[in-house]
Design a protein around this ligand. Structure first.
Ligand SMILES: [Zn+2]
Ligand SMILES: [Zn+2]
Length: 303
């Protein structure tokens, strides 16, 4: 009985021993509620429980009592406090380092809180690919954070991994995206033989030289937090959607629908635009869940 219980408990576990990932936000860059949004955002304005922070994850190492933040979102000040509450204050207030995917506003502007006008932090490591790193070093106000040593940019090499803690590695790869100011990264985090993927922004799966199906199929991957900005075409009636390409949730599902359920269960949709019904439409949410997919939930710990 005990053996059976152990087996059952280990199924779906991502980090076998001491690591876990905490979802600190699930919204697209503009957050939810969203500026100018007068429809489904109104309920989120009135009821804070419906609101979502901008997409961000915390990687936690229970052994070393260290943690790493993925994305410095514009909600970072509140997310740091949120993390503290979710983990009962067991970890330092600031992460050991911050991994950043790219220079769109939802992914790096939270760095501003580390500067002289706010926290005045010292030496927070900020990991990113080379163009992102240069962008931070060469453009105010971010360069002031570097000059004052509030942050220390660390440049990652594409398609390579760094070890952040005993047995925990973070691999970085580039994905196609609207790269106006920086390239765009995705991350694969491994602890032993378990891990997760984090790809919050990508133009379309077919534009990528890697195969997302293969990557999710990797037995070492337990969770894949994937770009779910829009549910379907026609979601932005007043704007051409080809200006902001993303894999629609409907397209990602079409790609995986014929795959076995255990594969679909790994997919956790994240980075939801305020127009995406998965944020507010119960019927649409249960449609997706019934097919076997997951929707990343703010405040949930995946271990
Ligand atoms: Zn984004
Ligand atoms: Zn982006």
């Amino acid at each position: 009985m005990k053996v059976l219980l152990t087996i059952l408990l280990s199924i779906g576990c991502f980090f076998s021993k001491a690591q876990e990932v905490v979802v600190l936000g699930t919204a697209q860059d503009g957050g939810f509620p969203h500026i100018g949004c007068q429809n489904d955002c109104l309920k989120a304005h009135k009821n804070v429980n419906r609101a979502k922070y901008v997409t961000s994850l915390a990687l936690v190492d229970r052994n070393s009592k260290k943690w790493w933040l993925f994305e410095a979102s514009p909600d970072m000040d509140r997310q740091l406090q949120y993390f503290r509450e979710l983990t009962d204050g067991d970890y330092p207030y600031l992460p050991e380092g911050i991994f950043i995917t790219h220079a769109h506003i939802g992914h790096y502007t939270g760095l501003m809180f580390l500067g002289r006008e706010a926290l005045g932090a010292q030496g927070v490591k900020v990991y990113s690919l080379p163009k992102m790193s240069d962008f931070i070093k060469s453009n105010g106000p971010w360069s002031q954070l570097v000059n004052l040593k509030n942050i220390v940019p660390i440049t990652l090499t594409e398609d390579s991994a760094i070890t952040v803690s005993d047995g925990v590695s973070v691999e970085v790869f580039a994905v196609p995206h609207r790269d106006e100011y920086s390239e765009t990264a995705g991350f694969k985090v491994l602890s032993g033989d378990k891990g997760f993927l984090f790809i919050p922004d990508i133009d379309k799966w077919y534009k990528w030289d890697r195969d997302i199906l293969e990557m999710v199929n990797d037995p070492m991957i337990s969770y894949a937090f994937l770009d779910a900005t829009f549910f379907d075409a026609g979601e932005l009636p007043n704007r051409p959607m080809n200006e902001v390409p993303h894999p629609f949730v409907s397209e990602t599902m079409a790609l995986f629908d014929e795959e076995p359920t255990h594969l679909k269960r790994k997919i956790h949709f994240i980075h939801l635009n305020h127009t995406n019904p998965l944020l507010f439409d119960k019927r649409k949410r249960s449609e997706v869940l019934k097919k076997g997919y997951k929707i990343a939930e703010q405040g949930t710990t995946y271990d």
